[in-house]
Design a protein around this ligand. Sequence first.
Ligand code: FPP
Length: 258
Amino acid sequence: MPGSVFQEISAFAPDAAASPRHVAIIMDGNGRWAKARGLPRIEGHRRGVEALRRAVRTAIELKIAYLTVYSFSAENWTRPFEEVQSLMGLLHLFIRNDLAELKSNNVCIRVIGERQGLPADIVGLLDEAERTTQKNTGLTLVVAFNYGGRQEIAAAARCLAEKAARGELSPESIDVDTFGAALHAGEIPDPDLVIRTSGEKRISNFLLWQAAYAEFVFLDVLWPDFGKLDFIAALEEYAHRDRRYGGIDPKPAIKTAS
Ligand code: FPP
């Protein structure tokens, strides 16, 4: 039987070294949640926004530094027009309704993904959310919207190639660090933990570069049902993982900044 928020959180007390600094979530299963109830898919997405709010609040309470959420992929444009419109509308509502609470909770919002091609009002809102929270020092909430990992890598390669062609960069200077810095939010540390809900076990073009050494936790819960206890269960599973980064010695579950 779940206890109060405080009981749940105080019961989960891994040592700081075993807590992920950056958690990324593939919020999957909205459509199946709706279908199982005979509801339109958009109702699943609406309930998905509520689950997103819960996840953000939990991340704040657990003092996670970075939370990245996959809200709309570059491939989601292939969905029916009405569903795409609804997802745009939900992003609009989320920022309009939640920005004040996020600001007052010291949340810094970052958006990754391609803004070109998005409706102008959405771009304006994304800019406003980033601009008005940029000095906040609490949780960094990274919203992946119109995001694709391959597209992000291709864009970074194009940008570096253009700089090289202009003579501003020597090709020899391109390495893992300079390339990583050319990605959308290059200064944000790689995710330590990627959670995917709904039982599907794939990466779906999410953070392909950044998740090279992330731990993956797949949960059977559908995203609209995702709550604090599911989040904590994923963190507990993470805390028991040995991270070796290609070496042979287990490292603490979090890679300390060098
Ligand atoms: C995957 O479920 C979810 C998405 C494609 C969108 C995620 C969106 C939200 C959680 C709500 C919107 C939030 C914002 C901020 C826009 P699915 O539709 O693929 O589910 P299915 O696999 O069961 O069909």
